[in-house]
Design a protein around this ligand. Sequence first.
Ligand code: CA
Length: 234
Amino acid sequence: MNARTRGDTEETRVLVVEDDRGIAESLVRGLRQAGYGVEGVRTGRAALSASTPDVVLLDLGLPDIDGVEVCRRLRARSDAAIIAVTARGEEADRVVALDEGADDYLVKPFGLAELLARIRAVLRRRRPAGPEILRHGPLALDLRTRQVSVDGRAVSLTPKEFVILECLAADPGRVVTRQQILERAWDAHWYGPTKVLDVHVAALRRKLGMPGLIETVYGQGFRLGAVQESQERP
Ligand code: CA
């Protein structure tokens, strides 16, 4: 069984929806050899009842349900990347599939190298697929809306303050170096004084109102410390 959780170390799962047995078998074999976890199904109905994959390779010409309809229903309930597969000449279907949420398409016949490149491309565009909300005690960072709250109370941060906090909250307890934070929040090659970082961290501490949350690790950087709230509980 493949792991169900997502992360860099987990296998990426591809669902191959293809009713042509010969094509399906070669796709499944090729994708497995490339290191993907693969499930192959032959019908639209089976595709809709399969476990949620990372990528769906969806033949639009299926025996039971129209492939575009399958695409629409998959999109409605999952954020998996969908690559529609059509026969030559089915341009209208490709356009509709893209309108219905497909991320890309391939025209038969296609080679394995092209398929693998398309999969890598759609995954690149989709990631990061990590958690959208980082939590640490009463602190919550919504990475999508870039809103921060403490105990449900909204805290207004500048973009730089948000990125600094995001660096730390991504892995509470781990020391993040000054250089790592500067590169994320300012520029890939920051050669200026790092005092500017201390100014922003001071502002963050003040706004969050949780003294001790952001710990200075002398000579190294910063980390999120244990939350006082949890220390008060028995
Ligand atoms: Ca077909």
